[in-house]
Ligand binder design. Structure first.
Ligand code: FE2
Length: 265
């Protein structure tokens, strides 16, 4: 048999990079923040005057309530969320530059970002979120506050060894066969204190669960503008993001406070 010796030298360089696809940031929050937000949302859910945000949302869920900036501020969590958004934007721009073989220095950019909508979702059995994206924003996030122990409740005999995805959130990036080397769909299981930040146009859905308990989360949307900044000429040039920066939204508007009249007796 003819044997030809194969040429097998080490390559000069080898790099595997993910050049496509969005960045999803996962954050595990400190208990102090999670607990402060559970307390804040307890108050909002109990308050009959809290407005519904449901008409703006895709969820097949009864309780989706408006959160105002001042609610997050009073809970002591406003700065934390704004910082999370800012860091996410910086990370995405840096990655975009590196992917193009370019350097990134924060000093060369003027980046502003701002949360423009926020709401609490109090989800119970059989409620769900069909596949959707978020509009009027660039960045979205979801943070879980309460998650009942709903796994393995269905007890379907023919599905005993299958993974249970009840209550999971799915992100759909592209159509990729499950036996391919790429991943087009990413699933996360909700747990208290887990924050996920993602691009607003990334399709996502939430599966229902059965049985007792409240699955509670906070979601928010944010916008950003990035300009390049020349330190010498002090010139700014548009780079990416929302050029028309919305300053006032329902989120930033003041809540209507109860007018308390005091009478001298
Ligand atoms: Fe959503």
């Amino acid at each position: 048999m003819y044997i030809k010796e194969q040429i097998m030298p080490e390559p000069k360089d080898i790099r595997s990079k993910r050049r496509f696809g969005p960045i999803i940031t996962e954050v595990e929050l400190h208990d102090d923040i999670t607990n402060a937000l559970i307390k804040m949302t307890d108050t909002l859910i109990e308050d009959k005057k809290t407005k519904s945000f449901g008409k703006h949302l895709a969820g097949v869920i009864d309780k989706e309530l408006v959160i105002h900036k001042e609610d997050l501020y009073e809970a002591g969590c406003d700065d934390f969320f704004e910082r999370c958004v800012q860091n996410y934007v910086i990370e995405c721009i840096a990655k975009k530059m590196y992917d193009q073989g370019l350097n990134f220095n924060t000093d060369d950019y003027d980046i502003t970002s701002s949360i423009n909508a926020c709401w609490v979702v109090s989800q119970y059995e059989n409620e769900y979120n069909p596949i959707h994206d978020h509009v009027g924003c660039n960045i979205s996030a979801v943070l879980y506050l309460k998650v009942p122990d709903y796994k393995d409740r269905r007890k379907i005999d023919s599905k005993v060894d299958k993974q249970d995805h009840d209550g999971d959130i799915n992100f759909v990036y592209n159509i990729t066969p499950s036996d391919s080397l790429e991943t087009g769909v990413v699933k996360f299981t909700a747990k208290p204190g887990f924050l996920i930040i993602f691009p607003s146009n990334l399709l996502h859905s939430v599966y229902p669960f059965i049985g007792e308990g409240e699955r509670r989360s906070i979601s928010f949307n944010a916008v950003y503008t990035a300009n390049t900044f020349n330190k010498e000429t002090r010139e700014r040039k548009y780079f990416s993001g929302n050029q028309l920066y919305p300053i006032h939204t329902q989120y930033t508007s003041k809540k209507q406070k109860k007018i308390e009249k005091k009478y001298n007796v």
